[in-house]
Write a protein that binds this ligand. Structure first.
Ligand code: SAM
Length: 298
């Protein structure tokens, strides 16, 4: 334990020059391209008493690229209790600490958030050095609606929690942003298709890196693509909200009972399964729900 000393009211100066003591900086760092660092982040990384990094090897590369030699300590998921206490002690003693995550903005799907909470609770000044974040980078290039969006981070890998979160997303009308690991991408695309119905989506891969790729398609289109070409690298998935694209079209069909709609399409020559798939797309409804609701003979 440590005793919290009263700190001077430190904070970013109006002129852009930083006052130095007892301040936790949340320092955004590049999500790929090392040039995506702000001048202010470089200044603070150089002048801070300590840099606390989620991945010291990765941050050391960044620091040496910019010839910065500030002492570096680790702060990650597995040492956050012990190390958090140490960092709070240093902050309380008047030091400046720059917190750096693996990449992007500390606190977004990484352990930084806990240190912030504790520092705030102890009255330690916390400020931000804004910069890259994979979620915003992906959202704005997705081509989907950006006016209202919801960030879900990583979905639970399995079990009831995952199912609950997926079910809750089905009616979400805002654009949905998810992080996903490459080895789980296909499963997540499949689960999203089942729960949300067919939607437009964008898989933003390796943003700002050499192999950056933006795949704009439907959920099933993306599934097909990644079945042919197994996913590699880092991904953000951006998915359109319920009713976003086909709102007008869905409204047109809303007056026609579902079973009549199936019969109509079957009369046009579609098999029952194909008809249900098409209705899910036209009316923006989850396919799985339709299979349960519709009882028309094959
Ligand atoms: N704090 C980070 C931020 O602000 O973006 C996110 C940390 S989270 C542990 C890491 C996840 O972010 C990756 O699994 C991936 O989903 C996403 N990500 C990070 N860098 C990326 C990149 N260059 N391209 C695509 N996704 C990226």
């Amino acid at each position: 334990m440590f005793v919290l000393r009263r700190l001077p009211a430190a904070g970013p100066g109006v002129s852009g020059m930083e006052s130095a003591n007892g301040l936790l900086y949340l320092c955004a760092t590049p999500i790929g391209n090392l040039a995506d660092i702000t001048l202010r982040a470089l200044q603070i990384l150089r002048e801070a008493d300590l840099v606390a990094a989620e991945d010291t090897r990765r941050t050391r590369r960044l620091l040496s690229h910019y010839d910065i030699h500030t002492p570096l300590v680790s702060y990650h998921e597995h040492n956050r209790r012990r190390q958090g206490e140490y960092l709070l002690e240093r902050l309380a003693a008047g030091d400046t600490v720059a917190l750096v995550s693996d990449a992007g903005t500390p606190g977004i799907s990484d352990p930084g958030v806990e240190l912030v909470r504790e520092a705030v609770a102890l009255g330690i000044p916390v400020t931000t050095l804004p910069g890259p974040s994979a979620l915003l980078a992906a959202l704005v290039v997705s081509g989907l609606a950006v006016e209202r969006f919801v960030f879900e981070g990583f979905l639970p890998a399995k079990g009831a929690d995952r199912n609950r979160r997926l079910a809750a997303l089905a009616g979400e009308t805002r654009t949905i942003v998810l992080y996903e690991a490459p080895h789980r991408l296909l499963k997540t695309l499949a689960d999203l298709t089942v729960n949300l119905g067919e939607r437009r989506a964008c898989a933003a891969r390796e943003l700002t890196k050499l192999h950056e790729e933006l795949l704009r398609d439907t959920l099933t289109g993306l599934q097909e693509h990644f079945t042919r070409q197994p996913p590699r690298g880092e991904f953000v998935l951006v998915i359109e909200g319920a009713g976003a694209a086909s709102g007008a079209e869905a409204e047109e069909w809303a007056g026609l009972p579902l079973e009549d709609h199936v019969r109509l399409l079957m009369a046009e020559g579609l098999a029952k399964n194909e008809a249900i798939k098409k209705i899910a797309r036209l009316r923006n409804l989850p396919r799985q729900e339709l299979y349960k609701k519709i009882h028309v003979p094959e």
